[in-house]
Each structure stands twice: as structure tokens, then as C-alpha cells.
Write a protein that binds this ligand. Structure first.
Ligand SMILES: [Mg+2]
Length: 254
């Protein structure tokens, strides 16, 4: 399967529609539950997952879907699969700070070859198309009037680079600033950090500890297409389809 413009538009629309379903729940009172891995889940995660999985299946039922809220195992060996985080930043969603996203990626031969990230509160969409990365605001007719190509901005030299740090996991702020020789940092929730680097607003996002592949796949695809990279600490490209879909520590760069 190849991701052409038509298919990319179709999958982008799935992310937007899932985001709109999430917003309906966001605007009313809702409750959350703790999962076995001690991360929270809400009705919004599950409704968005349902919508995304059904519509991805309609494209080609043979392509398997691995999702944070769905299947976490291949039913048979494959070199191509969807990776979905229907609601990334559930903690931010519960805190009502707006910093949550819908993430869909296509993995082929262990690499993310397409990705879309949608921010429902701001109606911002980041996605890949024909090997480039794009940003747009979705207006009420779901059109892409503001669509523009995005590129990373390289900054070198002491204190020129901007760090991206997680809102919910920033225990090592001082260490990170010292290690990367900069004082400038932006704090942000969920996969938005990848989008900020891809659009030239930041430069380095170090993430120590375990993350899951669905947390990074769409952002990784977008950052690659914008000219950046995501590597392990020993500078190897982060690959997908690993055991348990677990990522090691990584650094995303412009
Ligand atoms: Mg999630």
C-alpha cells in the first residue's frame, strides 16, 4: 500500500472526526479510570479508538491496527501496520489544558512512512504528504485553506537551541538544560512537542525512560518529513514493531 494524496486526505479526515468526537466529551463533565499500567483512560479515548479503527479497516482490512486502546499484538507477522494513539495526553485532557492530540501513523519496514497529528481544541493539523510535512487549521467546513509546508529550523551555538520538555514528565529540567547547553525551554503535553520541532519552534526533545510506539510514530513521521530526526541515545534511528511496542530513551532533533 502506498500513501498518496487521496489516502493521506482520507486518513487526516479520520483524525479530525475522532478529534471532534473527543471534543464533545471534553466540553461536558466526564470521569476517568485507571488502566492496569496506571495510566488514565476516559470515554473519549475509547470512542475515538472505535471510530479510527473502523475507518482504517475500511481502507484495507488486511492491514493490522496496533492501538493504545485496542490490539497490542500482531495476529500474524507483517511488515506494514497502522499505529494509533486515539487520545495522546489523556492526563492533559483530564486537567482540561487543551494539550491532547489524535495520532495515526503507518509503519512500513519498521519506519513511519505517514503520520497525522490533530489538536482538537486548536483545530490544528500536522501531517505528511508526498514526503513533505504540512500544517493547517481546519475551518468549519473542514477545508485546508491555511495549508502550508513546514520545515525544521536548525540552530547551533550555545543558548540558541530551544528544548522541548514534557509537562507531565519533567523531572530533569536542570540536567537537560545543562546537557544541551541552553536556557530556552518550552513545556508542552503529548506529541505536540514533535510538531513544534517540525514547524521550527523548537530544536531538541529528549525523552528518557520508556514510551510506547503509538506515542511517537505519527510525530516521528512528521518530524522526518520536515527535515528532523528521532534517534536512540546511541544515535540509531528509532524503529517500530519492536517487542511489546516499547521505545527506549530517545532524542528528537531539528
Ligand atoms: Mg492515549
Amino acid at each position: 500500500m502506498k500513501i498518496d494524496q487521496k489516502l493521506s486526505n482520507f486518513v487526516n479526515q479520520i483524525a479530525v472526526d475522532a478529534g471532534e468526537e473527543i471534543l464533545k466529551i471534553y466540553k461536558k463533565p466526564f470521569t476517568s479510570k485507571m488502566k492496569k499500567d496506571k495510566s488514565p483512560v476516559t470515554k473519549a479515548d475509547l470512542i475515538a479508538n472505535d471510530l479510527i479503527c473502523k475507518r482504517l479497516q475500511s481502507i484495507n482490512p488486511k492491514i493490522q491496527i496496533i492501538s493504545e486502546e485496542g490490539k497490542k499484538k500482531f495476529s500474524k507477522k507483517t511488515n506494514i501496520f497502522w499505529l494509533v494513539d486515539p487520545l495522546d495526553g489523556t492526563k492533559e485532557f483530564i486537567k482540561k489544558n487543551g494539550e491532547f492530540t489524535v495520532n495515526i501513523a503507518l509503519i512500513k519496514n519498521c519506519r513511519p512512512i505517514y503520520g497525522v497529528i490533530y489538536l482538537p481544541v486548536k483545530k490544528e493539523i500536522y501531517f505528511t504528504q508526498n514526503k513533505s510535512a504540512y500544517f493547517s487549521i481546519i475551518d468549519h467546513k473542514n477545508s485546508y485553506k491555511t495549508k502550508k509546508k513546514i520545515k525544521v529550523k536548525k540552530r547551533t551555538g550555545i543558548n540558541n537551541r530551544v528544548l522541548l520538555l514534557s509537562r507531565s514528565h519533567s523531572r530533569n529540567i536542570k540536567l537537560s538544560k545543562k546537557h544541551f547547553k541552553t536556557d530556552k525551554a518550552i513545556f508542552s503535553g503529548s506529541s505536540i512537542k514533535f510538531c513544534l520541532i517540525a514547524s521550527g519552534k523548537g530544536n531538541i526533545y529528549p525523552r528518557l525512560g520508556t514510551t510506547m510506539e503509538w506515542d511517537t510514530a505519527a510525530g516521528h513521521a512528521i518530524l522526518n518529513a520536515a527535515g528532523g530526526s528521532v534517534t536512540t541515545l546511541d544515535r540509531k534511528v528509532l524503529k517500530y514493531g519492536k517487542k511489546g511496542f516499547k521505545n527506549p530513551s530517545f532524542i528528537a532533533r531539528s
